[in-house]
Design a protein around this ligand. Sequence first.
Ligand SMILES: *Cc1c(COP(=O)(O)O)cnc(C)c1O
Length: 380
Amino acid sequence: MRYGFDAQRKGIWKARELEQALAQRIQVPHAQLVSSGTAALSLALSAMGVGAGDEVILPTFTFVASMEAVISVGAVPVFADVDRSLTLDPDSVASAITERTRVIMPVHMCGSMARMTELMDLADRHGLMVLEDACQALGGQYRGKPLGSLGHAGCFSFDYVKLITCGEGGAVVTSSPKLFERLEQGSDHGHDHLGVDRGADDHPILGYNFRISELNAAVGLAQLRRLDEFLEVQKRNHRLIREILDSVPGLSFREIPDPKGDSGSFLSFFLPSEQMAREAVSALAGAGLGGHFHWYDNRWHYIRRWQHLQNGNFMYPLSAELRKSIMQQSNRAFAASDSVMSTCLSSAISLVWTEEEAKARGEAIAQVLQTVLKGSMKRV
Ligand SMILES: *Cc1c(COP(=O)(O)O)cnc(C)c1O
């Protein structure tokens, strides 16, 4: 238990220690640990005062948790297109803004950043808040600032597939003391943590239990100490493979608004057509080169396959009006996103590859892609 038991715990406060270390790392005054990245997003939206009937703009390409969090607070997810940065297209966001919009939620997908300058400007001009979903981007930066520190709040996940893990866990970071107070209380049933014990705490707001445990936090602390080491290996392997794929004619690469800040967890590139992207992903798998993702066909990450959302199969009943708005938003056509996502493949970068292994993998990927590109061109 992260709170109380002062006498028994002998001065050991792992969650607090991790919060301090994370805040320092992200260069913000406040970090609130929670039980998952999904909990972090839901809590952050609640703390921002987002609720019934409000609209939150988020990209068509993300993990389902982003839209689940919006719906969980009773708001409507309004999807904007992604461009070749694989994150929010600022023009698409601008045209999605209505009088109900409260928050823009950029998602720093696959370890690399959204177009934060344009998105922050847009938010400023319309008086909106920005919540960064940085769940996949711990260690990434934009123009020298850690991802997660640029918006009004930023969320992280420490689940088992992220760069560092707590087993399960998440965090919200913010520079706002007011927001932090609500995050801190809201994540623990609204306790103000000012009493001599829990029984003596006041409850200024009604909250929920999104607490992390000391055990998970202890694992996270050990992992965070290794973040720089992980980033160094990941970026090196990313660079080695990129250098090899650069010479494959017909390939183009994801646009990275600030290449220096890319954490390097994936190398994403475009083939000339959807058909070639499909051929490439199966040829790569056939050659024993797993870890390639054609997100367009993926059930978790791209709106095209979110049938549960489009059909309105929500876990809990929503008001008829809310259900209708959500279904309208999620059943629109997203032609611009489709053309980006249908031709894109992402190659996962592992921490366990040595330099030689990364180079050998790069050569093998290049060979397969060259064959696919040549074969397809011959048929054309
Ligand atoms: C992993 C992830 C989440 C949710 O994190 P959990 O800890 O698994 O709940 C949210 N958004 C994105 C973009 C993610 O990748």
